[in-house]
Design a protein. Structure first.
Length: 154
């Protein structure tokens, strides 16, 4: 099972990857780092990768689901209402690909502020950062894209 560790400010959240093309793309790009942005109770950050919408992409997610916002090339983690949420939902501005599920409580992200550093790294089976990464073979690829800085994340 593939696991990651997301560190944002003083918060660390472990997550397990799902079997999706987006999860594969993000896994192959690790480590990823950026700067936190927030929108309501959503933390998001730009990535150096791009990926198209998957057939099951959606704008409303469940607490603990980790998404990729293709319109902004960003990883998005909702932990409560955004400015456009309807009662009791976590709603992004547009459809996103759900690619991972948090193992830890995403409510910890309440203490993370815009501008703080964020990183996503491979984790071992105990949820600790893996220091040496095994070779990925031919699947390994890196893609750099220009990122438009406008608008809130998915």
């Amino acid at each position: 099972m593939r696991r990651i560790l997301i560190r944002a400010g003083n918060v660390a959240i472990r997550a397990r990857l799902l079997a999706t093309p987006t999860a594969d793309r993000i896994w192959d790009a690790l480590p990823i780092s950026g700067s936190v942005q927030t929108w309501g109770k959503e933390v998001y950050f730009r990535t150096p990768i791009s990926h198209d919408l998957e057939p099951d992409a959606r704008a409303v997610v469940s607490k603990g689901e980790i998404a990729f916002w293709p319109e902004g090339d960003a990883i998005s983690i909702g932990f409560g209402a955004t400015p456009i949420s309807k009662r009791g939902e976590i709603r992004f501005t547009s459809k996103c690909n759900v690619w991972a599920v948090a193992i830890d409580d995403v409510d910890l992200l309440k203490s993370v502020y815009p501008g703080e550093d964020v990183s996503v790294v491979e984790a071992d089976s105990d949820g600790q950062e893996r220091t040496a990464r095994p070779a990925r073979g031919a699947r390994r690829s890196r893609q750099t894209v220009h990122v438009d800085e406008g608008g809130p994340a998915g």
